[in-house]
Write a protein that binds this ligand. Structure first.
Ligand SMILES: O=C(O)c1ccccc1NCC(=O)[C@H](O)[C@H](O)COP(=O)(O)O
Length: 199
């Protein structure tokens, strides 16, 4: 089971996620309580071992801005939220990053690779809101191998969510925070332990 901890902004919480066995860590480069600058993302990612995927999270920016945001960060993956087209995905393919298409569970084209992406993250309608949804809606929908479930997951709900959805990976942000935008090292550890136990 692939686990991504999203919205990290301090060295301590990045270290907690890595030490607890996260497969990926996300840095939000877009307007959010978790927003970090590209410089901060680069500094935080420099301490992450290469086997942990470092992900730039961007929502709604045009392709030129996206390219500018990730330039020089050294991050390994780019997660795009919003109305990005197949042409937009093609226009960032030359960056050589792992591409993550983040989309609502209500959107069409719920299949890995439909836009040329490497990973598909199926989220609530409002990313980063902590809003849960009916994860069972996606069971058996043939999304492809290893799609990632997101939206309102927490230590208490993640095991059931995996069972209900059949997801091969999970992503969390609000559910590992002590207050909005403030990550908790204990909750990060507990969340990853809950996923490992379930998976
Ligand atoms: O985290 C944000 O604030 C955010 C803002 C704008 C676009 C994306 C954002 N986060 C993306 C994520 O990958 C979140 O982890 C995902 O939406 C799940 O969030 P949550 O429901 O809070 O666990």
């Amino acid at each position: 089971m692939f686990v991504k901890i999203c919205g990290l902004s301090t060295a301590e919480t990045v270290a907690a996620a890595v030490d607890a066995g996260a497969d990926a860590v996300g840095f939000v480069l877009t307007r959010s309580p978790r927003q970090v600058t590209p410089d901060t993302a680069r500094r935080l990612a420099a301490a992450v071992p290469p086997h942990v995927l470092t992900v730039a999270v961007v929502a709604g920016a045009d392709v030129a801005t996206v390219r500018e945001l990730v330039r020089d960060t050294g991050l390994q993956a780019l997660q795009l939220h919003g109305d990005y087209s197949r042409a937009d995905f093609a226009a960032v393919a030359d960056l050589g990053l792992t591409l993550v298409r983040a989309t609502s569970y209500q959107a069409p084209d719920l299949r890995i690779g439909a836009y040329g992406e490497d990973l598909l993250l199926v989220d609530a309608t409002e990313p980063g809101s902590g809003g849960a949804w009916d994860y069972a809606l996606l069971r058996g929908r043939g999304l492809g191998e290893g799609w990632i479930l997101a939206g309102g997951l927490s230590v208490d709900t993640v095991a059931d969510a995996i069972t209900q959805s059949g997801a091969g990976g999970v992503d969390v942000s609000s559910g590992v925070e002590s207050a909005r935008g403030v990550k908790s090292e204990d909750l990060i550890r507990d969340f990853i332990a809950a996923v490992r136990k379930a998976g």
